[in-house]
Design a protein around this ligand. Structure first.
Ligand code: SF4
Length: 64
């Protein structure tokens, strides 16, 4: 699993951080999402999928 965040789409809502705090964080300046782990371990996959599902901007893409 590889994660890509589209920074142009991200509206800094923060739901991804709530869903998967080990994988996503937000930049201090503007709240745009940043990846802590671009290729997270398999056990985090459900959290990452949840994060992508709740992102209101559809800014999280998962490549298998
Ligand atoms: S949930 Fe989506 S819009 Fe919100 S911070 Fe994360 S990537 Fe950005």
């Amino acid at each position: 699993m590889k994660i890509v965040i589209d920074e142009e789409r991200c509206v800094a809502a923060g739901q991804c951080v709530s869903a998967a705090a080990k994988v996503f964080d937000q930049r201090e300046e503007d709240g745009i999402a940043v990846l802590l782990d671009e290729r997270p371990p398999a056990e985090l996959a459900p959290d990452v999928r949840q994060a992508a599902a709740v992102c209101p901007a559809l800014a999280i893409r998962i490549e298998e």
